[in-house]
Design a binder for this molecule. Structure first.
Ligand code: FAD
Ligand code: NAP
Length: 339
């Protein structure tokens, strides 16, 4: 067995909140064989297996008794190229943003709006990562996953992934599918999405009126760098709550009391509320208790000033949920995966 299993490993460097908990057992997978070894080890030693990538969407509230397997597989390959569309396949452990930059350097468009999202390729389908009006489902060409129940490989098409807002079949069936590699259809001709948030405005400020996909990526990176805390400096897991989808009637009622309420119409007739707006309006922006807090520039992001525990962050999140429910009659759902 090539897999190296270590005991009592701090997970602090492996979660972007920087929460200091111990994994009883820890290993890194550099190949499919390592993944199979880890499954066999977990079965033989009767321990659960927790698969992680970059740890940027985790809330760890206690020491982990599982075997934690960090996906570190690497590789990107071209599967097809008809001169216009290119299908690329990337291994699960590829870091996401460098992969996006690689595609742009190859003259391929499609992932530019998803620039600077932390984490790995393999975790991206878990919650159908999205930003600035694009989700991976928009460029998704398929993936290969290991069924942890049967040990068999399975290819998933777009339809079979059941992608929705921050959701997928993989998130719905926790612990069942281990994603090994993901395929994307990218385009040699850019079809840019600029109408979301301040993207077009930022490009205009830079004097760019005919942007390339790389221009869009750079504009998004600059917007994100201004607003979002860098996990290497201030622990966080990005947005801590999903934007709630609510009936239009509730929005109409809330608008009576809060005329500046931020809500976006959805194709199915529901409305999406900006959870950050609700949390800010409730007065939580910049709140801090011990080392757990709400970011000063973006109320949707909970932060760890250094020594916060996962339970302190969870307690803060639950207090925010209760307050938002009482004030606005809206339930906020947590986005990070809690262990
Ligand atoms: P992890 O946190 O390691 O794991 C997340 C979940 O996926 C866990 O349940 C884990 O068990 C599972 N998992 C991981 N790898 C695999 C695998 N190979 N097979 C099966 N299961 C697996 N998200 C967005 O959608 N949009 C954003 O714009 C965005 N911005 C962010 C900004 C910041 C500053 C931060 C810290 C986070 C942000 N996120 C965003 C959240 C996060 O980056 C993404 O969800 C990312 O895809 C998580 O990847 P990861 O490798 O870190 O996953
Ligand atoms: P923002 O631009 O301040 O916008 C606030 C919210 O309004 C966003 O959550 C976004 O919803 C929504 N929104 C803005 N313009 C919209 C439009 N034209 N149509 C529909 N909805 C619109 O948000 P931000 O916090 O700076 O984040 C920018 C983008 O990066 C967003 O897409 C956000 O989802 C993504 N992001 C995600 C995470 C994460 O961890 N999940 C972290 C940071 C940033 P949506 O969130 O549904 O897009």
């Amino acid at each position: 067995m090539s897999l190296q299993v270590r005991q009592q490993v701090s997970l602090k460097p492996y979660n972007s909140f920087g929460v200091d908990v111990q994994a009883r057992l820890f290993a890194e997978a550099h190949s499919d064989a390592d993944v199979r070894d880890a499954l066999a080890y977990a079965r033989d030693h009767d321990v659960p297996l927790l698969v992680i990538g970059g740890g940027s969407n985790l809330l760890l509230t206690a020491d982990v008794s599982s075997l934690v397997l960090r996906m570190a597989t690497r590789g990107v390959r071209v599967l097809s190229d008809d001169g216009s569309k290119v299908v690329l396949e990337a291994e699960a452990g590829e870091p996401w943003h460098p992969f996006v930059q690689y595609t742009l350097a190859q003259g391929l468009s499609g992932l530019e709006n998803l620039s600077l999202i932390p984490g790995t390729v393999g975790a991206a389908p878990m919650q159908n990562i999205g930003a600035y009006g694009v989700e991976i489902k928009d460029v998704f060409a398929g993936l290969t996953a290991l069924d942890r129940h049967s040990g068999e490989l399975r290819d998933f098409s777009l339809e079979e992934c059941d992608f929705a807002y921050r959701d997928s079949v993989f998130k719905q069936q926790p612990g069942r599918w281990l994603i090994l590699r993901v395929r994307f259809t990218l385009d040699r001709t850019a079809h840019l999405h600029l109408e979301y948030g301040p993207v077009r405005q930022r490009l205009t400020e830079q004097g760019i009126d005919q942007p390339t996909a790389t221009d869009v990526s750079q504009a998004i990176c600059s917007i994100r760098n201004e607003k979002l805390p860098d996990p290497a400096v201030l622990g966080n897991a990005g947005s801590f709550f999903k934007n709630p989808l609510v009936p239009a009637a509730l929005v109409a009622q809330l608008k009576g009391e809060y005329p500046d309420l931020v809500a976006y119409a959805q194709p199915d007739g529901q409305m999406k509320l900006a959870a950050g707006w609700l949390i800010e309006r409730a007065g939580w922006k910049g709140f801090r208790e011990n080392d757990a807090g709400v970011h000063k520039l973006q109320a949707l992001v909970l932060v760890n000033y250094g020594g916060a525990t996962g339970l302190q962050l969870l307690d803060l999140a639950q207090r925010i949920q209760k307050d938002i429910s009482e004030r606005f009659h809206v339930n906020l759902e947590m986005e990070p995966n809690q262990y």
